[in-house]
Design a protein around this ligand. Structure first.
Ligand code: FES
Length: 321
């Protein structure tokens, strides 16, 4: 959860129906001030009615500081976030919104970029398209959806991306009939970077299709945590030392580190609670970590962990808290 110091109250200036199940939300400063610039790929925490906090990618033009734009799909099994936005939030409401954070940045050195969106995964990629187009950079955008009626921001994308570089792929709900992702990524072209975002099955297909690409040229952002892999370690109990406070706490087999810390009366910043956003990133100073997140880079994993999902491989972990 974003802390009070890095959140701001923003007014919902417009809500637009974008596509089947998808609405966009335009957020502005209530006094009309410019908002802080953000980088393409960034997301923000939105504090919603009912006390839930959810992360949403910023879908607008990063160079336009007049408003922030969200695109939100009403999830059939909403845990409260998309349902609150779709059913409770109205034009004129004020929402507490966190600072923009970017865990899905564009690589500045790329000579060509391939953006692949699955459904609502278009939101961060649309922001990237704005940035790449403004820079005169070479890129192509592939947008996979069930049908034209499921495409959000259609008109904006058509105005933004040159026709030859904008590709819609409709599968009628059968992924096998849509974009041939393996074919698209068959050749790992030099100086080319791939970015993808979408639902779990789509993410798995993209990950598989890009396995032979250099790791640093492939970038992704998950909206939902994939099912646990069979190779994941079992959830054993372990002990956590909080180095700064000197406390030692027990983490049970069915408890997260966040929960165990909260039971001591302390607060840890959290948002997605699924290892997706990085809000709960904490430094560790000792112990071996079973990293279960989808956000930290390999370098970050050498000294940080996400305490909402990650665990200890051994009996103890020491955190810089
Ligand atoms: S709260 Fe989002 S990664 Fe932990």
């Amino acid at each position: 959860m974003s802390t009070a110091t890095d959140t701001q109250l923003l007014r919902v200036q417009a809500i637009r129906w974008q596509a089947q199940g998808i609405c966009s939300y335009e957020l502005v400063d209530p006094e009309g001030h410019a908002l802080k610039p953000f980088e393409a790929g960034a997301h923000v925490d939105v504090h919603l009615p009912g006390g839930v906090v959810r992360s949403y990618s910023l879908a607008g033009d990063p160079s336009d500081t007049s408003h922030w734009l969200l695109g939100v799909l009403l999830e059939a099994k909403s845990r409260g976030g998309s349902s609150a936005l779709h059913h409770k939030v109205r034009v004129g409401d004020l929402l507490q919104v966190g600072a923009a954070r970017n865990a899905f940045p564009l690589a500045s050195a790329a000579q060509h970029s391939i953006l692949i969106a699955g459904g609502i995964g278009i939101t961060p990629l649309k922001a990237m398209a704005h940035t790449l187009q403004a820079a005169g950079a070479s890129f192509e955008l592939h947008y996979c959806a069930r049908s034209p009626g499921h495409v959000a921001f259609m008109k904006e994308l058509q105005a933004l991306v040159p026709q030859a570089h904008l590709h819609f792929h409709f599968d009628g709900g059968e992924p096998g009939k849509g974009l041939d992702i393996a074919g698209l990524l068959k050749v790992a072209a030099p100086n080319t970077h791939v970015y993808y975002c979408g639902p779990v099955g789509f993410m798995n297909a993209c990950a598989q299709a890009s396995e032979h690409w250099p790791q640093e040229a492939v970038h992704s952002e998950h909206f939902k945590a994939p099912e646990p892999k069979a190779t994941d370690l079992p959830d054993g109990a372990f002990e956590v030392h909080l180095v700064k406070s000197g406390e030692t706490i027990q983490v049970g087999p069915d408890q997260t580190i966040v929960r165990a810390i909260e039971l001591t009366g302390r607060r840890v910043s959290t948002s997605c609670l699924s290892g997706l956003c990085g809000a709960c990133k904490v430094e560790y100073v000792d112990g071996e970590v079973d990293h279960r997140d989808y956000i930290l880079s390999d370098e970050e994993k050498t000294h940080c962990l996400t305490v909402c999902v990650s665990r200890a491989k051994g009996k103890t972990l020491s955190l810089n808290l």
